[in-house]
Each structure stands twice: as C-alpha cells, then as structure tokens.
Design a protein around this ligand. Structure first.
Ligand SMILES: [Zn+2]
Length: 453
C-alpha cells in the first residue's frame, strides 16, 4: 500500500510539472507569438534579403505608400513623396526603426493569436494618420536643410505630418549613404528619437512656472538695457528692449527678464515645471518610445548659469515630439491627446481594429494654459507677423538656440492653432538654420497654410 501511495504522489508531481510547462508556453505564446511569427527568419513573411513582403502601408486618405507586388516590396511613385514619407514608412532593410515596416511589422503581417500568420502573404492594410501631401509640403519647405517638421491634432492625437531630414529615396538607395556627410543621421527620426537645445521656445515653460509661483507677475514691469549682470556672469539680449510687461517680454523673447525670473523661481521649481510640461519623460507614439529631454538645474549652478538654463540654453535639451505635445497642452486648456501614428489596421476578412485616443492627463491648470496661450497668440501679432499666417488664430514661440561658437544656431518655431476645425499643434526645427522666427517661421507658414486648406 505504501508503494502505491508513493507512485501516486510521483504521478501528481509529474502532472504538476506538465501543467506548469503548459502554462509557461501559453503565456509566452500569447505574449511573444506575434514576434516569433514576424521574425525575419520566417521565410513566409520575409524575402531572403530580410525585406518584409507582407502588408500595405497607406496614408490617412488611402494613398498607398508601400505595398507588395510579385513577392517584392515596392514604394509609391514620386521621388519627393518617397523621401518625404521615409521616416514614417521605413526603408526595406529595417534601418529606420521608427518606420511602419519595422515598428508596425507585426500589424502588417496580419498576425493574430488564434489565426497565427495564416493568410499573411496578403497581409494587412495599415493606414497611417499622416497626410502624404502635407509631408511633401513640409519636406520641400525644409529646402534641403537638416531638421524636422510635425503637425498633430491635439484633440485626437493623430499625427498629420512628420518629416525628418536628411532623408533618401528607398527605391534608389544612394550608394554613398553611409559615407556622404549630406546623409549623416539619415536613419534617425529626429522628431521621435533625438533631443536638441531648445533655446527660447523653453521660455513657455519658465513662463508657466512664473505665472503660477510669482505673485502679481502680470502687474510688474522690467527694464531691459540689453544685458544684465547676474552673479559672476552676464545675460545678454539681442538688443535693449526697454520697459516691458511679461507679455512684452515674451514677444521680445527678452533673456534679461526671463533670466531674472529663472533665478527668482530657483532651479528646483524650474525642474518641476520642465517635468510637469512632459519634457523629461518619454511618450509612446503607437508603441514607439520618444527620446527623453534632459536639464541641469542643479543646486551648484551659478546665477547666470541658472538664468541661461531658464531661457533654454546651458545644458537644456528637448525632444521635438514632447515639445509639440506641450504646445497642444497649452492650446487645449492644460491637457492634450498623446500622439499616434496608426489610424486603423484592416485585416483580410476581419473587422478593423479601433484605435483609442489617450490623454496626457492634466499638465497645466486651465487658467495657466489660457494665459500662456493668449500671450503666444500676442507673439504672432507683435513679433512674427499675422500676414505670414492668414486667417489663423495662431499662438507661437520662436527659438534661436546657440549650439557653439563655430556653428549657426538651431532655428525653432513651435505653437498651435485655436481652431475647432483644425485643432493642431506643430513644431519646426531647422538645424543650424539661423533665426527661429525667420527660417523656421517660414517653414511653419507654408506647412500650416497647406494643413488648413
Ligand atoms: Zn531684453
């Protein structure tokens, strides 16, 4: 009898192991199955060169950007169109990790947990949120310069335009891509994966902090004589701005005023507001994680270093996507939709999967957001010129970010439209482009005119 009991116990232990093993497999199958199926080793879905030969990528209007013909991956006609959409569509060999062919490969193969990759030769139709025509306008507006342009709907999260340059034609990949300096960083999606010195666009963060933490800010005036001594260092402006309210100081982009405000606020408070603005965190854009910005507001900074950090210089660096979302937050009363790149995925014989809008949550109080927005609208009237942006209720801030004595500054222009039909926030960065208001502002003007048409 003892023997029988021992054997029964052994059987139970063995059955336990079997069940545990099955549980582990089922869990991994559910969690990793799509990755196994869309592995480049799967000859069913990838050519011998590792090119994904399943699925079609379309823009929001249904224009095909890349599909499969005769077992080969092909791209849309029109060289400008291919170059302007490269960083959202992807190159055939997976060198651009943010492109749909890489980042959304599993969705393109039509893999499902129950059906596997069955019927995957045909693949899915993946509709991106971008408008390829608007991408072409933005690409041409950048006029051969390195940089990025993006526009998104801050109510729905849809990214309507996303261009990163330098770019290249995925149909005729240049032979000197890896060696020619003109293509340096071409695999990088500057909008999602890079960070840059923000310059004066960061004053929108210092302003939000000052509005909430400094009593009677809007009743005060400051006099700018072109520079101010702060501790051991000097903070300079492009000229003497004279007596100003906070509203004038933002329109003039006065370093003297904002540098003094930064010191008055202190490093800890600036750090808190850079965090609150979402500039130090990473967003998930349809599963693609953006680069995090970084700042040094540490306690051992001198007064002038802290002042420069408060006007977007010193060690400040921001990701263009996070900055664009912050513009949406300002326009939308303190919170905005987080950006997404997939409009819908249609699988053969199955209903389209719905995409959900996600929110940043509250980053600014409604009152602060409205005050910052009003002052940014005033910037356009007072400094940038309403004629360049006809029939637009536009709020904006330019930045001319110093990046070293031997280089031209980065040109920034970021802002939003207050328009129920076109609730768009945008960011333009022209690397080493010169003046933010002139160079990046001109790119923004061309792209926004096309976006509201
Ligand atoms: Zn000034």
């Amino acid at each position: 009898m003892k023997k029988l009991e021992r054997r029964a116990a052994l059987c139970l232990v063995l059955a336990g192991f079997l069940l545990a093993g099955l549980a582990v497999f089922l869990f991994r199958f559910a969690a990793d199955g799509s990755r196994w199926a869309s592995s480049p080793f799967n000859r069913h879905l990838y050519s011998s060169e590792g090119v994904l030969i399943s699925g079609t990528v379309l823009d929001r209007d249904g224009d095909v950007l890349s599909t499969v013909e005769g077992g080969k991956r092909v791209y849309t006609d029109g060289k400008t169109r291919r170059k302007a959409t490269l960083h959202v569509v992807g190159d055939p060999y997976g060198n651009i990790s943010t492109g749909a062919l890489s980042a959304f490969g599993q969705k393109l193969t039509g893999y499902t947990l129950l059906g596997g990759a069955f019927g995957a030769e045909e693949g899915s139709d993946l509709y991106l949120t971008i408008d390829a025509d608007l991408n072409e306008v933005a690409y041409q507006a950048l006029n051969g310069k390195k940089g990025t342009v993006a526009v998104y709907n801050y109510q729905t999260g849809e990214v309507l335009c996303l261009v990163s340059t330098p770019t290249y034609d995925p149909r005729n990949i240049p032979k000197d891509l890896e060696t020619n300096e003109a293509y340096e960083g071409a695999y990088l999606n500057r909008f999602l994966s890079s960070t840059f010195t923000p310059g004066s666009v960061f004053k929108t963060v210092t302003l939000a902090a000052a509005l909430e933490c400094i009593p009677n800010l809007e009743g005060r005036t400051w006099t700018c004589e072109g520079s101010v001594q702060m501790g051991d260092g000097v903070v300079t402006c492009t000229g003497a701005h004279g007596e100003q309210t906070i509203r004038d100081a933002l329109a003039n982009s006065c370093n003297v005023v904002f540098g003094q405000l930064a010191v008055e606020l202190g490093g800890g408070m600036l750090e808190r507001y850079a965090q609150k603005a979402g500039l130090t965190a990473s967003y998930s854009v349809s599963g693609i994680h953006t680069a995090k910005g970084s700042f040094d507001f540490g306690g051992d900074l001198s007064q002038s270093e802290l002042a420069w950090a408060g006007v977007g210089q010193y060690h400040d660096s921001v990701n263009p996507c996070a900055l664009m979302v912050y513009m949406g937050v300002i326009a939308n009363g303190g919170k905005a939709a987080t950006p997404c790149l997939i409009q819908k995925v249609e699988r053969p014989g199955l209903p389209a999967l719905p995409q959900f809008t996600r929110s940043t949550g509250r980053l600014l109080s409604e009152e602060t957001a409205e005050k910052v927005a009003d002052m940014m609208v005033n910037n356009v009237a007072a400094a940038y010129g309403t004629k360049r942006f006809p029939n637009m209720d536009l709020g904006a801030k330019s930045g001319t970010a110093e990046v070293g004595a031997d280089q031209k500054p980065h040109a920034w222009f970021a802002g939003f439209l207050r328009d129920e039909d076109h609730p768009y926030a945008f960011v333009v960065l022209v690397e080493n482009g010169g003046s933010g208001a002139d160079v990046a502002g001109t790119v923004a003007s061309k792209v926004l005119k096309a976006a509201v048409q």
